[in-house]
Ligand binder design. Structure first.
Ligand code: LIP
Length: 262
């Protein structure tokens, strides 16, 4: 088994194990101690314990790899690559007992995601991708349909996490509806990207988001035949990102979302 295939297999196994731990916390979420990292930005022992489990499992097999996690931050390594972890993406949904949250991990080398895994335990869906080897959903090949998407039949996830971006968010809503598109706000970038990959929606945009929210999903979209704005650009590690991922036929219609400032 080559190195990336080994990392892919491990990441899928770890995502499932971490998902089971997250589910234990989900089932007793009323007992959790919830802290605020910012406005409507929550964290509990569930996030911390799930990330700790993922870190320990990765270190057992790849002790020289660096790790970047939402809760514990950056741990440098000596190997050529590093892992990116969002232990529970969609934390607000998780804490409210809503189903749209997931365990997310990715392996990055040469500033590109090489392996990405998003596991949604409530939905029992495990999305994964290896660069150049395609995307999978529950171990079956995953590919977006070839047909172009007409803007007036498109459904887009529009994310909003940066509270200071409200005027721009409202203006982006106006733009989407001026194109006769429909939109939803999911609260989990990872699941929004996974559903862009599987074709249930046609795109995702969020103006300021962290690498751990999107790294896995960008590769899954790309390997499923979708497009995203980092497809030929190096991924940043320490700064907020503006992300657009969509059916390739919608790139031109959706790129103006970056120019809207509100
Ligand atoms: C969430 C992102 C979502 C964003 C939320 C939040 P978390 O990540 O997935 O797209 O709009 O504000 O940042 O914090 O649940 O891991």
């Amino acid at each position: 088994m080559d190195d990336l295939s080994q990392r892919h297999a491990l990441a899928c196994h770890v995502a499932r194990e971490a998902g089971m731990l997250a589910m234990e916390y989900f089932c007793r979420r009323d007992e959790l101690t919830v802290d605020a990292k910012g406005v409507q930005d929550w964290v509990s022992e569930a996030d911390r314990e799930v990330e700790s489990l993922i870190r320990s499992r990765l270190a057992e097999t790849f002790p020289r790899d660096g790790i970047l996690g939402e809760e514990e931050g950056w741990q440098p390594g000596e190997s050529a690559g590093y892992w990116v972890i969002d232990p529970i993406d969609g934390t607000t949904n998780f804490l409210r007992g809503l189903p749209d949250w997931g365990v997310v991990l990715a392996y990055v080398e040469q500033d590109q995601v090489q392996v990405g895994v998003t596991y949604a335990p409530i939905h029992e869906l495990l999305y994964s991708a290896v660069r150049g080897q395609g995307a999978e959903l529950n171990d079956q090949p995953l590919k977006r349909k070839e047909e172009a998407v007409a803007p007036d039949s498109a459904l887009i996830y529009l994310g909003f996490g940066a509270r200071n971006d409200l005027p721009a968010y409202k203006a982006r809503l106006d733009y989407l509806y001026s194109c006769n598109m429909d939109q939803r706000r999911l609260g989990s970038a990872a699941l929004a990207l996974a559903r862009t990959a599987d074709g249930r929606v046609d795109g995702f945009f969020e103006s300021r988001i962290n690498l751990w929210d999107v790294a896995a999903g960008l590769l899954i979209v790309e390997e499923a035949g979708g497009w995203h704005n980092y497809i030929d650009r190096p991924l940043p590690r320490g700064e907020k990102m503006g992300v657009l991922a969509c059916d390739a036929s919608l790139e031109t219609t959706l790129m103006p979302l970056f120019e809207i400032r509100g």
